[in-house]
Design a protein around this ligand. Structure first.
Ligand code: 5GP
Ligand code: ZN
Length: 116
């Protein structure tokens, strides 16, 4: 079903290899290829949505699921107490480079606020 020109659809389809940290019927979690913190995961829905801006009311349960999976993975990796950050970049001006919705989960170092 995926979009062949979309990198994350190809990872979901298994045509580009990735190490899956978590998989379920709605999403998968992989390690970012260019980590910005000691732990840097990407929570990727199986369904292709271009960005958060593309999400509709019917996608609200999916969005909640992505955030809860991110929290679970951060805890499983031992960052529950020290803290972790979940980020969704929406649009090129905000740093989005892959136009398939995904949640970044970062941890393992001090994370500054405001972000750059
Ligand atoms: P964005 O910039 O769209 O918010 O995030 C895209 C992320 O995908 C970036 O952090 C980038 O390092 C990561 N990325 C790009 N290509 C690949 C890939 O082939 N494999 C993995 N694991 N991560 C990727
Ligand atoms: Zn896609």
């Amino acid at each position: 079903m995926g979009n062949e020109s979309c990198l994350f659809c190809r990872i979901v389809a298994g045509t580009i290899p990735a190490e899956f940290v978590h998989q379920d019927e709605r999403c998968l979690v992989i390690r970012d290829i260019n980590p910005q913190a000691p732990m840097h995961m990407l929570v990727i829905p199986r369904e292709h949505l271009e960005s958060l801006d593309d999400a509709a009311q019917k996608d609200e349960p999916l969005l909640g699921h992505l955030l809860r999976v991110g929290a679970r993975v951060a805890n499983d990796e031992g960052h529950g107490e020290s803290g972790y950050r979940t980020v969704i970049n929406t649009g090129a001006g905000a740093g989005q480079s892959v136009f398939h919705l995904h949640v970044h989960v970062l941890a393992g170092r001090a994370l500054n606020w405001p972000p750059g």
